[in-house]
Each structure stands twice: as structure tokens, then as C-alpha cells.
Design a protein around this ligand. Structure first.
Ligand code: ACM
Length: 734
């Protein structure tokens, strides 16, 4: 790789080149110097525009302010310990990114640059009506940040950090005036800590990264079939029976909530009922609709609470009361998704209750359950939130609906008067590239769902559920409906995500989605998004995210002493999509499939920054810029020659042996690219290269949606070859 390929240096490139990877910040700094030197004055402008989310308004001016000794804050308004801690984090991150010492305190000295912060109090801080706007001015006199409230200070500091780029001598900030506020108040990610437990330390890293891209809601999915993850003192069996020893103590939750609050992030807890309750029902089987049998893999996903028992409501009132104190946010997510109707209809007492009380369908019974839960939560001062199934029968207007099965639920739920949070189109566990999520607008009721033909193909597998997933061509949004959309969330379900995989599955894609939730709808240029995303990915890495370090760790586990060939293959590939890589889902959730989660498909990321850059350079080359040829040759040679090394390290290691065909395919593609650069493009070559590229297209098509991903043969080791588009460009076959 070349010296100006900044993004690959944290820390895997450094490691692979035998550098000291314990100091990724320095490695990036060195590369940053090279980059700026290469691009000279243009470097500052280029770097300065690597803002994500892009502000509502930014006017850059000629010139930049050098900040050799960092900043010293001059407080012009309310100064609180929380804001001082925010400035402390800013300083530490600036030091890590810019390679400058972090001053210990606000001691204006010769070398420090004044940062004036004007801020007033905001009683609505940490609520959906928090004042988040800010104005940031950088000119020859210094830096001025005027915020509408503490949230605005946090956002202004996040922007300032992205503006502060390594210059030839010291970090510099381009002269700019930014006037910024979010498009949506609710900008979240959802982490499933039930399917795989995530440590507090891991969650804190995600919160730090969220702060840097102005995300403000962490929705924690805290209970599901696999476990109940919070200590309850009222119902201790939830920890002793339902958690398998993996739960957060109440002290840990209080600490996590405070940690997030410091960073302007609300934690919205979800305790899923009446479905997805297997673990809870193992602990309290008297509340079950069907007797739970430990270890029953089918029940894990379908076991439901019995909604006809008064005991169920007494239990949930006490449990939600206890949890509602631990999680002080006004919003409380009670789940409500994927209730299996037969859980109720096959229980004779529940069926009799339904007849007696005139509930014609399980959906109507669920609506009655939802109304009772809403009342319980309202009595406890909470606003109830639930997945979109709960709108299938009439429920109180003020329940917030999370639209997940398709974008049409944005229209139907807002038409019924419900506030909406959109997650349809942002499911990170589908392993789609960032660009696909990025182009989904939260106000578009047609953006995400099944086309009619796809729905019919899925019907044998999903039954009547496909009707809910179908697009609705007649869905419309009025301005009043638009106003009910509070924002969106990117969910990451963790059936196939372990603690060490979390950073790389959540990031950097969540940064692109954060831009969708914050920036004007008109900000949607995909190549520009990827250019900035690569910079943001490095910033997150340098400031503490473990995505790269953990991928290195996983590769090193597979190939002790020589992780390089594994990482090179993983970096040029991505995992198959739409749950093809979730082997239990792909096999109908029936069989006892225990999936290894340390394979190439788990190390490879949905976006390959290296392949993205390769495609970009290939386009430049065919457009006539032959200066990029040595870089292209170096990239292709490295990918081609990796195969011999990969074959060597994989010998006798079954997980790696499975990926040998993928490594050979990468070699073939790289050789085709080198041939194209060398002008070897005869008739036979064109035919062979055409067939090679067609095979990659077929592999991509094999997981292009949930029908094919579960029915069509998948490529070896669940890997897609991400350098395919760049090779096609060089070959002139596009
Ligand atoms: C969901 O994905 N079951 C909300």
C-alpha cells in the first residue's frame, strides 16, 4: 500500500508491516503528514470537509488556524462539571488525533488557542426536546462555539474535532462558519445484548463513538429468548436462571447510564414481551403460554407470556417499575414483536379466554395486552415504545412505534397518530454496505420492504407474515405525519455478533447512518460519503474503537504468528448479506446449528475501505490519470501474491482451508487487473475475465435478498470479492 492510504494504518497495516501496533495514533499521524504534504494546500480543504454528519450549513474560508498547543477554553456562559469533562475528552481526542500534548487544564499559555464557549442551561437536556443547535466560528482570532444548550456544546466539540486535522507543522483548523442543528431528534443504534452478551467496557466504547458522530440514543435490547441481562432484586431468578451468569448488576447499569448521559446519549431499555420471553419464562414458568423446556431451540424464539393471567401484569408492573428506576429515560421499549399466534391458540385456557372475551384474533389479544402495558408504564411516568406489530389492533395514540418490518409502517403508524422511530432500512445485521442504508430516508414510506414478487417467493418460508413485509405503493405522508417521525435507529441483532465483533459490525456504518438522521435530506452523495467515512473510521480507531484491533486479534487466533495473509483476504472481501451468514436463520431456525464465529466471514467487514479506494483509483486511471498506476499495481500485486501466503498459513487449519477457494478467486481477480494494466487484453483473456467477473456477480446476487440468501448456494467461506468493480473498470468490461 502507499503512504497516502491513511485509513488502513490503524492499526492493521502498521502491524502487518511489523511496526509497533500499540501506537496506532502515531502511525496515523505519520501517514497524515504524508497525505497533507502530498496534497499541500488542498490537503487542509480536503481534510476539513471530512465532516460526518455533514452540518446543516458550513461556509469555509481561505486560510486556517494553527493550534500547536491545543486549546484553552474561555467559558462565556454556564460552566458545569459535565461540560468540563466534555472539554477534557475533546482535548484527549485532539491529542490522539493530532499528536500534540493535551494541556492539563485551562491555563492559557503562549501555545494554546482560545476556544470561547457560550452556553446556557437547558432543562430539556437528555430529552427529545433538548436544544442541540450550535454555531462554530473559526478565524484568525480563535474559535468561538455558541450553543443552545449542553447538547449543542457536545455536538460543536465533535465537529471541531473532525475539523482539526494534522497539518505539516501542527494541527490546523480551516476558517469556517458552521450553523448546525439536527434534522431528527432521535438518532439511535440498537444493540442486542441478549443473543450475545456485551461487556460494559465494550458498550462504553460504542457510546464514545456515538458521541463523535452525534448519535443520541442507545437502545439496549436487554431480554430475549437467550437471556435476561439486568439484575433484578425483585425477581432474582432472572439473574440466577435466565441470564446464564451474564448480566449487568444494577450498579453497572447506573454507571453506564451516567456515562452515556455525560455524552448526551439517552439509554432506552427494551424488555421484550409478550414474545421473545423464553429466558424470563424459564425463570418464572407460571407466566408461560406453553411450558418452557430448557434447551428447546424452537421455543427460544417463540415462547410468549400468557396475557390472560393477572399474575402476568402484576409481574410486569413490578419488573418494569424496578427497571424504570434504573433507566431514567422517559421512553421505555416493551418489545411486542413477532408473537407466535400458536403460543396462545394452542393453549386451551387462552383459547377459551379469547372466545369468552371476544378476541377474534391473537393480534386483538396482543392489542389488549399492549393497552394494559401502556397503562402500567404511563402510571410509572413512562412513554411506551414498541415494534410495529403492536399497531395491528387499536392501541393508545401516544405509544411510540418503531417501524421495522418495512417503511410502509411509517405511513400507517403516523396516520394513526403515533410518533414513529424508523429502523426499517437500517438493520446492520443484514450486513449490507453502508451505501444501502445511507440512501434510505426516514420519511420515505417506500424505501424499504419486499417487492410483490419477492413476497410471494418468501411466502412458503414466512407464511402470512410476508404480507406485513410487502411494500405499499399507496402509502403517503402528509406534513403532519412527517412531523410525527422522531428519527431512526440502526439495530444490530447479535445472533452472529460476539463482543469482540461488535465494534466492526457497528462501525463505521453507523456513522453513515448518523449522517442520514442528522443532516439535510439532500446530503446523499455516496462516493463523497465513502471518502469521509474512511477518515471517520480512522478517527474512531485512533480515539479508542477496537474494530481493527479485534479483527487483528481474530485473525491472529486463526493464524498465530502470521495474521497478515488472513487480514489481507478479509480486507478485500465482505460477508454475504441478508442473513445468509446467519446459518441458523438460513436453515429455518429449527436445527441445532452452533455456528463458529471466528471465520473469515466474521472478520471481513460489509464495506472494504481498501477495495473502495481501489475502485476509485481504477476510475481515475481509465479516465486518463495514469499517475495512479503504480498504486494500482502495488494493490493488485499484494492481493495476488497473498494467495501463496494464505495457502501456506491455512494448511491444517479447517476454518482457513474453507476459505482457500476465496483466496484463489482474489488472486485471479488481481491477476486480471494486472493484465488489464499491462494491456494484455486478447480475446481469450476477455472471455476468461468476463467469466470470472460474472461468477462474482452471481455470488453477490446469491444474497441480494432474504429469499435467495436462504435458498441459493453461497460462495466459499461466505465471502464476496469486493475488488470486483475495480477490476471490471480496469478490464473495460463495465
Ligand atoms: C425485530 O427485528 N424482531 C424487531
Amino acid at each position: 500500500m502507499t503512504g497516502n492510504d491513511v485509513r488502513t494504518h490503524c492499526p492493521k497495516q502498521a502491524t502487518m508491516r511489523g511496526r509497533n501496533h500499540a501506537r496506532p495514533g502515531r502511525a496515523l499521524w505519520g501517514a497524515g503528514v504524508a497525505l497533507v504534504a502530498l496534497l499541500s494546500v488542498a490537503g487542509v480543504a480536503r481534510a476539513a470537509s471530512a465532516l460526518m454528519p455533514y452540518p446543516a450549513s458550513a461556509r469555509f474560508d481561505v486560510g486556517s488556524l494553527s493550534i500547536p498547543g491545543g486549546v484553552s477554553v474561555v467559558w462565556e456562559g454556564t460552566r458545569t462539571p459535565m461540560l468540563e469533562r466534555a472539554v477534557g475528552r475533546f482535548r484527549a481526542r485532539l491529542a490522539a488525533l493530532g499528536g500534540i500534548p493535551a494541556p492539563a487544564a485551562d491555563a492559557p499559555g503562549a501555545a494554546t488557542t482560545p476556544l470561547h464557549i457560550h452556553v446556557g442551561a437547558d432543562p430539556a437536556y437528555l430529552s427529545v426536546t433538548a436544544r442541540e443547535g450550535y454555531r462554530l466560528t473559526v478565524d484568525a482570532h480563535g474559535i468561538d462555539l455558541a450553543a443552545d444548550g449542553p447538547a449543542g456544546v457536545l455536538h460543536g466539540l465533535a465537529t471541531l474535532l473532525q475539523l482539526a486535522q494534522a497539518g505539516p507543522q501542527s494541527p490546523a483548523i480551516a476558517y469556517v462558519r458552521i450553523d448546525d442543528a439536527p434534522r431528527f431528534a432521535w438518532r439511535g443504534v440498537m444493540i442486542d445484548v441478549a443473543r450475545h452478551f456485551m461487556t460494559i467496557e465494550t458498550l462504553k466504547r460504542q457510546i464514545d463513538a456515538m458521541e463523535m458522530v452525534k448519535l443520541d440514543v442507545l437502545h439496549l435490547h436487554l431480554s430475549d429468548g437467550q437471556g435476561f441481562r439486568v439484575e433484578s432484586r425483585v425477581f432474582p431468578r432472572l439473574a440466577t436462571v435466565a441470564s446464564h451468569g451474564q448480566f449487568y448488576t444494577q450498579g453497572q447499569i447506573r454507571d453506564l447510564v451516567a456515562y452515556a448521559a455525560d455524552r448526551g446519549i439517552r439509554i432506552v431499555p427494551e424488555f421484550d414481551t409478550p414474545g421473545h420471553a423464553f429466558a424470563l419464562l424459564l425463570a418464572y414458568p407460571d407466566l408461560a403460554s406453553q411450558t418452557p423446556v430448557p434447551g428447546d431451540r424452537h421455543q427460544i424464539n417463540v415462547a410468549a407470556i400468557n396475557p390472560t393471567l393477572e399474575d402476568s401484569y402484576r409481574f410486569l408492573r413490578r419488573l418494569y417499575g424496578e427497571m424504570g428506576h434504573l433507566f431514567p429515560d422517559r421512553y421505555f421499549h416493551a418489545g411486542g414483536d413477532e408473537v407466535s399466534p400458536t403460543q396462545w391458540t394452542k393453549n386451551a385456557e387462552i383459547a377459551a379466554f379469547m372466545r369468552q372475551h371476544g378476541f377474534a384474533t391473537p393480534q386483538q389479544l396482543q392489542a389488549a395486552f399492549t393497552a394494559r402495558i401502556q397503562k402500567i408504564l404511563q402510571d410509572q411516568g413512562k412513554i411506551m415504545m414498541g415494534w410495529d406489530e403492536i399497531t395491528e389492533a387499536s392501541i393508545p395514540d401516544n405509544v411510540v412505534i418503531e417501524a421495522w418490518r418495512g417503511s410502509k409502517f411509517i405511513a400507517s403508524a403516523t396516520r394513526a397518530g403515533h410518533p414513529v422511530v424508523v429502523s426499517a432500512g437500517y438493520y446492520l445485521d443484514l450486513l449490507q454496505p453502508a451505501s444501502e442504508h445511507y440512501l434510505v430516508d426516514p420519511l420515505d414510506p417506500h424505501a424499504n420492504g419486499l417487492t410483490p414478487d419477492l413476497a410471494e417467493k418468501l411466502r412458503p418460508k414466512l407464511g402470512a407474515m410476508v404480507d406485513a413485509l410487502k411494500l405499499d405503493p399507496s402509502a403517503t405522508m402528509s406534513p403532519a405525519q412527517d412531523r410525527l417521525v422522531m428519527g431512526g435507529e440502526a439495530p444490530l441483532w447479535a445472533e452472529v455478533v460476539t463482543d469482540e465483533m461488535l465494534d466492526a459490525r457497528l462501525w463505521p456504518r453507523s456513522a453513515a447512518i448518523a449522517e442520514r438522521f442528522w443532516s439535510p435530506a439532500s446530503v446523499r452523495d455516496v462516493p463523497d460519503m465513502y471518502r469521509r467515512l474512511a477518515v471517520v473510521q480512522d478517527e474512531l480507531c485512533v480515539t479508542g474503537l477496537q474494530a481493527q484491533a479485534n479483527r487483528y486479534r481474530m485473525a491472529a487466533r486463526l493464524s498465530p504468528g502470521d495474521a497478515g495473509p488472513v487480514l489481507t483476504l478479509a480486507d478485500a472481501t465482505s460477508p454475504i448479506r441478508h442473513y445468509g451468514h446467519n446459518h441458523s436463520a438460513a436453515h429455518g431456525q429449527k436445527g441445532p446449528i452452533v455456528q463458529q464465529m471466528n471465520t473469515l466471514g466474521d472478520i471481513a467487514a460489509p464495506d472494504s475501505a481498501g477495495a473502495e479506494r481501489f475502485s476509485d483509483l481504477a476510475r481515475r486511471y481509465v479516465a486518463g490519470d495514469h499517475s495512479v498506476r503504480p498504486v494500482l499495481e502495488a494493490m493488485l500485486t499484494r492481493w495476488r501474491d497473498n494467495d501463496a501466503a494464505f495457502q501456506a498459513v491455512s494448511a491444517g487449519r479447517p476454518i482457513l482451508e474453507d476459505a482457500r477457494p476465496a483466496s484463489q478467486e482474489l488472486k485471479a481477480l488481481a491477476q486480471a487487473g494486472l493484465d488489464a494494466l499491462a494491456g494484455r487484453k486478447g480475446k481469450d483473456w476477455r472471455a476468461a475475465t468476463g467469466a470470472l467477473l460474472a461468477r462474482q456477480d452471481q455470488a453477490v446476487a446469491a444474497s441480494a435478498n432474504m429469499v435467495v440468501s436462504h435458498t441459493v448456494a453461497q460462495p466459499p467461506a461466505d465471502l464476496l470479492q469486493d475488488i470486483t468493480p475495480g477490476v471490471r473498470t480496469l478490464a473495460g468490461l463495465d
